[in-house]
Design a protein around this ligand. Structure first.
Ligand code: FAD
Length: 515
């Protein structure tokens, strides 16, 4: 990647700041149209919100209730395209809305039928009403007292950080240059005060570098206002950051392959309990926060809220001692006049151009990243007077697209790359050893992450190349020394660097452990 940066002559067509779903999606779109693209991420790809979502490729049943039909239809279509272009990373999942009141079956039954109809040819499966017995067959741990039945519907589930890494590969294969640990610290202007480039710092060496571009795109999510103010101190904030957390439990709390969807919690949100990587993910909350941080921490009242709400629906109420991991993320919502809560803010995306020409894209959803990128690149072409070239991402396969059928084992999410990880094990059988008995990750995945997926730290490997930290924080902590040992060998770390890496990871992982 550095080779590509140093060889670049003249300005890039586009510089994208931010390596989450939005930024990497734009890099894929622009590079696949033939533009010269540089993307800079201050930390690791996906360190921001894009590794901390509920991991649903969905239209958003909740937005249907708000009458936001256009947003739902667009997201349902994107959900279908995602499954088509990344079948190794997205799967369909049954969701059940349990009914305890007489009116819930007709109300949700009808709503979910509409949800299915709106998906049209991109549909995932037929929704229908379930009897009480059928509901308990799907969800045996559901509270049986007062249960009348349920409504089943289908949506998509994915592994967010893993999809993102495959998207980075895809952008790279189309010619984009993407750097992690490269923080944009300044925006440069031409003689007419129009943005013409960036100043950035390589966080590994501390070196500063500059790059010029025809257009600079701010895709920094919840951090968008900070970058806008770097370019123009007078720019008015447009982000209303809102935190959401998830708690992770053992699979006993939700055995089987169906998820629970609670359409109305006491704070007016939707709560999901979802099987994910052999564990159960329960969330989320919607708590306004003053500003964005890279490593947000679950608040006490958020933890209590999820435990209390889960206890209303599960026969055995989960307690704090059952929490294996917890994680928080910040929604980059766009401010709206008169909104009473962040839950009421639109999830639609916004593209804003400041008077300096800095283009900012924020809001939206993981599910709609492709459409957001198409919209953004179309507008960037006009702004920078670049040659008109049509978007090609509707049918663009995401890296690892499996060309032949593969076993549904723990390497399935790697798609066609799984073969190469298996080759590593064949050449050196010790790489087949598991890193922890509670999680399915092998040493070969660490080697692959550092050689091929730009992992630079222990945290990159345990949080975003494998997902160990998210389902089981204690197990991830126990795996850390072995991971550091492999990274030290691959990257030539000194003993001191290895120890620093371990203590940095332990400091982060503490936030994922319930105290
Ligand atoms: C709790 C929660 C649950 C969600 N669940 C879902 C879901 O199930 N399905 C769905 O579709 N959507 C979901 N979303 C929404 C989705 O996760 C976000 O819309 C999406 O991840 C935002 O991506 P982004 O790239 O805009 O932001 P981010 O992922 O935050 O990326 C921005 C990046 O910019 C980088 N950056 C910031 N400043 C600089 C700088 N100066 N230089 C370089 N880099 C910089 C940051 O480090 C960060 O990595 C959820 C969101 C939350 C919070």
């Amino acid at each position: 990647m550095w080779g590509r940066v140093t060889q670049q002559r003249g300005p890039w067509d586009m510089i994208i700041v931010g390596g989450g779903a939005t930024g990497v999606g734009i890099a894929i779109d622009a590079a696949s149209r033939g533009f010269e693209v540089l993307l800079l991420e201050q930390s690791d790809f996906g360190k921001g919100t894009s590794s901390r979502s509920t991991k649903l490729a969905h239209g958003g049943v909740r937005y249907l209730e708000k009458g936001d039909i256009g947003l739902v239809m667009e997201a349902l279509k994107e959900r279908g395209l995602l499954l088509r272009n990344a079948p190794h990373l997205v799967r369909d999942l049954a969701f059940i809305v349990p009914n305890y009141e007489w009116w819930e079956a007709p109300f949700y039954g009808l709503g979910l039928k509409l949800y299915q109809v709106l998906a049209g040819k991109y549909g995932f499966g037929k929704s229908r009403l379930l009897s009480r017995e059928e509901t308990l067959e799907h969800l045996p741990t559901l509270k049986p007292e007062g249960l009348r039945g349920g409504a089943i519907y289908y949506d998509g589930q994915f592994d967010d950080a893993r999809l993102l890494i495959h998207m980075v590969f895809t952008a790279f294969e189309h010619g984009a240059t993407l750097l992690n640990y490269a923080q944009v610290t300044g925006i440069t202007n031409d003689s007419q005060d129009f943005v013409d480039g960036i100043v950035a710092r390589d966080l590994e060496t501390g070196e500063e570098f500059r790059a010029r571009a025809r257009v600079v795109i701010n895709a920094t999510g919840a951090f968008a206002d900070a970058l806008r103010q770097t370019a123009d101190a007078s720019s008015k904030p447009m982000i209303a950051p809102s935190q959401g957390i998830h708690l992770v439990f053992k699979p006993e709390f939700l055995p089987g392959n169906s998820a629970i969807m609670v359409p109305h919690t006491s704070d007016g949100r939707v709560l999901f309990a979802i099987p994910w990587h052999g564990h159960v993910l329960v969330g989320t909350t919607d708590t306004p926060v003053a500003s964005a941080t890279l490593e947000p921490v679950a608040m006490e009242e958020e933890i209590e809220f999820i435990l209390t709400t889960a206890a209303e629906y599960l026969a055995k109420a989960p307690t704090r001692d059952d929490v294996l991991s917890m994680f928080a993320g910040i929604r980059p919502l766009v401010k709206a006049e008169g909104a009473v809560s962040t839950a009421a803010l639109s999830r639609d995306h916004v593209i804003h151009i400041d008077k300096t020409g800095l283009m900012t894209i924020c809001g939206g959803k993981w599910t709609t990243y492709r459409h957001m990128a198409e919209d953004c690149v179309d507008q960037a072409i006009t702004l920078a007077q670049l040659p008109e070239r049509l978007c090609v991402t509707r049918d663009l396969r995401i890296h690892g697209f499996p060309t032949e059928s593969r076993p549904m084992d723990s390497l399935a999410v790697y798609g066609s790359d799984a073969e190469q990880i298996n080759d590593l094990i064949q050449r050196n059988s010790s790489l087949g050893e598991r890193l922890h008995p509670a999680l399915p990750y092998a040493k070969a995945q660490v080697v692959w992450a550092v050689r091929e997926e730009m992992a630079r730290t222990v945290e990159d490997v345990l949080a975003r190349r494998t997902r160990a930290l998210f389902p089981n924080a204690a197990a991830a902590l126990e795996m850390a020394p072995a991971v550091a040992e492999i990274l030290a060998g691959e990257l030539g770390w000194t003993e001191r660097t290895k120890e620093n890496q371990l203590s940095e990871f332990r400091a982060v992982a503490r936030n994922y452990l319930p105290s």
